[in-house]
Design a protein around this ligand. Structure first.
Ligand SMILES: [Fe+2]
Ligand SMILES: [Fe+2]
Length: 286
């Protein structure tokens, strides 16, 4: 099965929550306004509470001053808000899926930390609207989640092979996926992003985070996500001292950063991880 066929299948099984569809329709209509969006969002008490917490989190730097949904929307931005709602809803959609080899809370910790780290890297690179890199981090491995939740047999093969080869040859999960199926979770993730009409920058960040050398254009967002994902992986595997060795050298000229600058981000990013987890996915917070 190709990555496209796999995603086509998944799309039949996983539909986005109604609020996403309604917001999508509203954004395309002439009645699109912050007030109209706020009215729609306020119908969902849970979502409204999460958005207010998010707008007041250190990610946006308005601590305690955002007290209404219209203000939260104007701070987060309508497109970003839409994607954030989609991402958090996706977390809920996939949350309950039982897997014997896959730790869902661990997966979201990885994604949220990657997002927090990516935003901090984006600020260092002077990327415009660095908050959107948080969202890219949140969704960068969505293809893996899709495979694990809908194709347990494929996932079983991946983790079995990873278990036998990782220690011996230090193979990474995307390499094992490529060997087994001819494509990896980055490709599946991009297909999913296309299906869900996510913006081009997200499609590219998701795909190129494991395919930097294939890009025929500057892929700065993907370079940032690559750095953030490797940094997160290093924390998880306890290899934090030499995590730089796993980073593709192509990212340095793209971002204008160096290994030493990246080292300093961890100290600031860890407390923010717990804050974001408690807002987005309380069950995965410590
Ligand atoms: Fe990945
Ligand atoms: Fe990752």
């Amino acid at each position: 099965m190709t990555a496209q066929a796999l995603v086509k299948d998944i799309n039949k099984l996983v539909s986005l929550p109604e609020i996403c569809t309604k917001l999508d329709q509203l954004m395309d209509s002439p009645h699109n306004s912050i007030q109209a969006m706020a009215k729609l969002i306020c119908q969902d008490v849970n979502l409204s509470a999460r958005l207010l917490k998010l707008a007041n989190s250190s990610l946006y730097g308005f601590s305690g001053r955002v007290d209404s949904i219209p203000r939260a929307i104007s701070i987060i931005g309508t497109t970003e808000l839409m994607i954030l709602i989609m991402a958090t809803s996706t977390m809920m959609t996939f949350k309950e899926i039982p897997t014997q080899f896959f730790n869902m809370a661990g997966f979201w910790r990885h994604s949220v930390y990657c997002g927090v780290f990516a935003k901090r890297v984006a600020v260092l690179c002077n990327i415009l609207h660095p908050d959107r890199l948080f969202i890219a981090g949140l969704l960068h491995d969505i293809g893996l989640l899709a495979i694990c939740s809908k194709y347990p047999d494929m996932a079983n093969q991946i983790f079995k092979k990873l278990g036998t080869t990782e220690a011996a040859s230090n193979k990474r999960i995307y390499e094992v996926e490529q060997e087994l199926f001819g494509y990896d979770h980055a490709e599946v993730g991009r297909e999913l992003a296309i299906k869900w009409h996510l913006p081009d920058y997200l499609q590219d960040a998701i795909y190129y985070h494991h395919h930097l050398e294939e890009a025929d254009k500057p892929v700065l967002d993907a370079a940032v996500i690559h750095i953030a994902s490797e940094a997160t992986h290093a924390i998880e595997t306890g290899a934090i001292e030499n995590f730089n060795e796993e980073i593709n050298d192509m990212v340095w000229p793209l971002t204008g950063l160096n290994k030493e600058t990246i080292d300093e981000i961890h100290d600031e990013a860890l407390p923010e991880l717990e804050e974001m987890l408690s807002i987005l996915l309380p069950s995965a917070a410590q």
